[in-house]
Ligand binder design. Structure first.
Ligand code: PEP
Length: 251
């Protein structure tokens, strides 16, 4: 059966002392986290190794991105193999900020996914439509095409190892959250799209997270939707107390 997951995407926030302080607060509150919820923290890659010594092993550490290439002359990049060699177990792939600001296409994202899987890193694969696409009634076709192009080359065994995060671009960092109905509608659509390509049991094994202005006040009702298996949380993951409330809401 699929797992409940709450992942905190710290993005390009926190100095190293601030990152240690936040991680220490999460470590102190860890005994309040429900054991059935997998907690993942996604800090800057620069901090992952140092934070491993602060966070308990029950909290997984994730990169926010990786190169699609194995190795070589790619200045500034970090490969999936490098992440794996440092004990990193998860990596966000295809975040809308990467798509929008760094030109990551579905093709690049597919290659990054392959690189992660080859190195036993669980991808947290993001998909989601812009407001213009939703307003034009193209949200299902946008999301299905992102999923098809990035994930449908995988075997059933491989796709079970991927976590999908539905993140409507218009809800990320805006304070505007998808309604419960909008979230559930898209999550159910994604699950049936995966079931049609693979089968129902594969689709039922995949965790589909919601992301987009999740906070301590709205998490419980979003996570209560039958096809919402937790959240990918940006801004609210930067405060230990709020992130703890969100983790508790996923049980
Ligand atoms: C995100 O960056 O993945 C995200 C969902 O951000 P926020 O929660 O701040 O909208």
């Amino acid at each position: 059966m699929r797992r409940k997951i709450v992942a905190g995407n710290w993005k390009m926030n926190k100095s190293w002392p601030e990152a240690q302080e936040l991680a220490s607060a999460l470590a102190n509150q860890g005994n309040q986290f429900p054991t059935e919820v997998q907690v993942i923290v996604c800090p800057s890659s620069l901090y992952i190794h140092g934070l491993r010594g602060i966070l308990p092993s029950s909290i997984a550490l994730s990169a926010q991105n990786c190169s699609q290439h194995d190795l070589g002359a790619y200045t500034g990049e970090i490969s999936a193999a490098m992440l794996a060699s440092m004990g990193v177990t998860h990596c966000i792939i295809g975040h809308s900020e990467r798509r929008q600001y760094y030109g990551e296409t579905n093709e690049i994202i597919r290659e990054q996914l392959d690189a992660c899987l080859k190195n036993n890193i669980t991808p947290l694969f993001c998909c989601g439509e812009t407001l213009a696409e939703r307003d034009a009634g193209n949200h299902f076709s946008t999301v299905s095409s992102q999923i098809q192009q990035a994930l449908f080359q995988l075997s059933a065994e491989q796709i079970i190892g991927v976590v999908i995060a539905y993140e409507p671009v218009w809800a990320i960092g805006t304070g505007v959250t998808a309604s419960n109905a909008q979230a559930e509608e898209m999550h159910a659509f994604i699950r049936s799209f995966v079931a049609n390509q693979f089968n129902q049991s594969v689709a039922d094994s995949i965790s589909i997270l919601y992301g987009g202005s999740v906070n301590a006040a709205n998490a419980a009702e979003l996570f209560a939707c039958p096809n919402v298996d937790g959240g990918l949380v940006g801004g609210a993951s930067l405060k230990a107390a709020d992130f703890t409330t969100i983790i508790q809401a996923a049980q």
